[in-house]
Design a protein around this ligand. Sequence first.
Ligand SMILES: Nc1ncnc2c1ncn2[C@@H]1O[C@H](COP(=O)(O)OP(=O)(O)OP(=O)(O)O)[C@@H](O)[C@H]1O
Length: 262
Amino acid sequence: MEIIHFEHVNVAYDEQDVLHDINLSIKEGQHTVILGANGSGKSTLLKLFSNDIYPRFSEATTKEVFGKKVWDIWELKKHLGIITNDLHYQFSDRAPNLSGFEVTLSGFYSSFHIYEHQEFSPLHVTKVEEVLDFLEIRHLRDKHISEMSTGELRKCIIARSLVHEPKAMILDEPTVGLDIKAQLNFIEMIRKIATQRTIILVTHHLEEIFEEISQVVLIKQGCIVAQGEKEALLNDAQLSAIFDLPLHVKCEKGRYFVQSVG
Ligand SMILES: Nc1ncnc2c1ncn2[C@@H]1O[C@H](COP(=O)(O)OP(=O)(O)OP(=O)(O)O)[C@@H](O)[C@H]1O
C-alpha cells in the first residue's frame, strides 16, 4: 500500500509556482526523509499530504494519499499524525496549565485545550495511559506544560498524535530547540514508534536521519531532484548540490553528519 502517490503535482501560492512537477511515492513501512534547504518547499509538500492545500488543476496530475484521491480532512488526520513546531507553540501559548495527560487526551478532538463540552470515555482514558507507558513518559502525566522542558512538551505532543493510532507519522523538523542529549533521546523515541508505523521526516538536519530511514527524497527550489536509497543519495555530491555548499559528509554507525564545509 502506498501512503503517498503523487504524479505531476504542481502547487502555486498567488500564481507563483512553488512546487514543480512533483512525482513521489512513499510506501507503508518505508521510513522516509524529505531533505532540503530553507525555502526549498518541504513544508508546502507536507501541507499537500494533509490536504491543507491542493495542487494546481491539471489532467496529468494524480494525488493519492493511502490510495484515495478524496478525503474527509478529519478522517485523514486520524491516519496521518502530523507533528509541526506550530503545535508546540499553540500548546505553550494557549494552554500552559494543561498536564501531559490532558495534552495527550486533547488528541481525540484535535483541540489545543480540554473543554467542558468534550466527552471522554474510559476507553479514551485507557488509551492515553497506554500511550504514555509506550513512550515511557508516565512521569509527565501530571506535569503542567508551564513546568515542562521543550523536549518534554514535544514528547507529549507525539503522545497526542498516537491516540488515533495513525498509520504514518510526519515529523517536521522535530528536534528544533532540543539540546544534544534531548535530541538523541527524542530520536530514540521516534525509532520506537517506527517499529509500529511509517515515519516521514521532513528536515534540513542530517543528524535527525535515524538508522531505520531507508528512503531519501531530496528537494531543491520546489523540485524533487532525487528519490532513492539512503546510501546512494546521502553523499558529498548530492548534499553539496542541495545545500549549495561544498559539504563533506560522514556516516558512522548508520548516522550521517557534516564533517566539514569547503
Ligand atoms: N503562504 C505562502 N504564500 C506565499 N508563498 C509562500 C507561502 N508559504 C511558503 N511560500 C513560499 O514557498 C516557498 C517554499 O516554502 P516552504 O515553507 O514550503 O519551504 P521549506 O523548505 O519548508 O522552508 P523552511 O525549511 O525554511 O521551513 C518559499 O519560497 C516560500 O517563500
